[in-house]
Write a protein that binds this ligand. Structure first.
Ligand code: ATP
Ligand code: MG
Length: 416
């Protein structure tokens, strides 16, 4: 028989690794809720055109990474490759944007990109991100970056590097783009097909090529910061001043351009030195024109997304499971219904309780109780069921005591 396996670039998440995902999500949720961000859950499937227009036709994502298909109603649809376009679509649809309104939103969920799978790079992966809609105050940029940095710190990550840049406005970029075309155009003999394609379609992307020869070329390329207009410059200076005031250790990186077309002014990325090749854990930036371009009211905005697989790789060690208060072992026709009732009552009282469902011999079930790590085994036979009492066996010491169901609750709660 053919062996069935999860598709390449997708994986099952289970066991102790799941505890790590839950911990990361719980810490993130608490962190963002304290900053008054509210969660939005948008559909995984959206119209292809949303991403093509939102992310940009010339990007790698739209050009070659999307899972797109035509549905049974002949509609071109795509599994979302990122979260911003869907949140912006929702904001326009539900009229969350308007003059003087600032929305602070966060999301989490699966994203899909047809990439070459490797450590920290999947075809189905998971992001957690924020979007701040309606403010172009440099404080919005600084708050967003600091929230990401502080969250990564709260998760226990160290060796974090925050790269920041300003990619200016489309007008700033027009002159810069020409300077890049002139510079790189003179070195085309070194180009492979992909670089040639980028030069023609999206020359800014030549700046963050991972190819060593291209990176060396990029190092001497014109600096975008010298092409910013006065307003972009002043905005970026203010963002940096706020980051300094917040003690976010950032590094100016004029070659950081990011792979999505919608960014304007602030762009940033957070890397972990501990990650090796796939070092970016968080990326984001300002996108002041996207909402207008997608048909909404002109609304400045900034956001970021973190890759949860990479956080899981970095954190590695799963958290200790919560204590198991009791493991119920039961045998007998009267003990069977009583065991269900005991489990239900103790759980309702806030205790963590496992119920052995095998009906095996009691000593066999007791072995499983000991292996479960429970504080106590609750042993139930027909005799106990008839008298409505429990045999509590403390698994650390082996001590036994007979108690009523009601009396067992404070004993189990009070156990070390
Ligand atoms: P990279 O340079 O690693 O491809 P990116 O610029 O494509 O990243 P973004 O689109 O900004 O990434 O997404 C934000 C974050 O999502 C990244 O910093 C990374 O942590 C994570 N991420 C992106 N693509 C993947 C993937 N295929 N598998 C796992 N995580 C990913
Ligand atoms: Mg990528």
């Amino acid at each position: 028989m053919e062996e069935r396996k999860a598709l390449r670039g997708t994986r099952d998440l289970f066991g102790t690794e799941i505890a790590l995902w839950q911990k990361i999500e719980a810490i993130a949720q608490a962190h963002l809720t304290r900053a008054r961000f509210t969660e939005v859950r948008t559909p995984i499937l959206e119209a292809t055109e949303l991403f093509a227009r939102g992310i940009g036709e010339a990007t790698d994502i739209v050009g070659k990474e999307m899972y797109s298909f035509v549905d049974r109603g002949d509609r071109p649809v795509t599994l979302r490759p990122e979260g911003t376009a869907g949140v912006v679509r929702a904001a326009i649809e539900h009229k969350w944007c308007g003059p003087g309104v600032v929305q602070k939103l966060w999301y989490r969920g699966a994203m899909f990109r047809y990439e070459r799978p490797q450590a920290g790079r999947q075809r189905q992966f998971h992001q957690l991100g924020i979007e701040v809609l309606g403010s172009d105050d440099p404080r919005a940029d600084a708050e967003a970056i600091a929230l990401a940095y502080d969250l990564l710190q709260a998760l226990g990550l160290s060796e974090l590097v925050v790269d920041v840049n300003s990619v200016g406005t489309p007008a700033d970029r027009q002159t810069y783009r020409q300077a890049l075309v002139d510079y790189f155009g003179a070195h085309q003999d070194l180009f492979d097909d992909e670089a040639r394609d980028r030069l023609a379609r999206n020359p800014l992307r030549l700046l963050d090529s991972k190819d060593p020869q291209m990176a060396a070329l990029a190092a001497a390329a014109p600096n975008i910061l010298e092409y910013l207009g006065a307003e972009s410059q002043a905005h970026f200076a203010q963002v940096q001043a706020y980051l300094t005031a917040l003690a976010v250790p950032y590094r100016l990186n004029p070659r950081l351009v990011r792979g999505l077309d919608y960014y304007t002014r602030t762009a940033f990325e957070i890397q972990s030195n501990a990650l090796g090749a796939q070092s970016a854990v968080c990326g984001g930036g300002r996108y002041d024109n996207l909402i207008g371009e997608l048909g909404g009211p002109p609304t400045p905005a900034i956001g970021w997304a973190m890759g949860l697989e990479r956080l899981v790789l970095l954190l590695g060690e799963p958290p200790a499971p919560p204590p198991l208060h009791a493991y119920i072992v039961a045998r007998g026709s009267l003990a069977a219904p009583f065991s269900l009732k005991v489990a239900q009552t103790l759980r309702a009282a806030g205790l963590t309780v496992d119920l052995d469902l095998t009906q095996a011999k009691l000593d066999k079930q007791l072995k499983r109780a000991a292996a479960s790590g429970a504080l106590a085994a609750i042993v139930l036979g027909d005799d106990e069921a008839q008298r409505e009492v429990l045999q509590l066996k403390w698994l650390q010491t082996g001590d036994r005591q007979e108690v009523t169901l009601a009396a067992s609750i404070p004993l189990l709660h009070g156990a070390p």
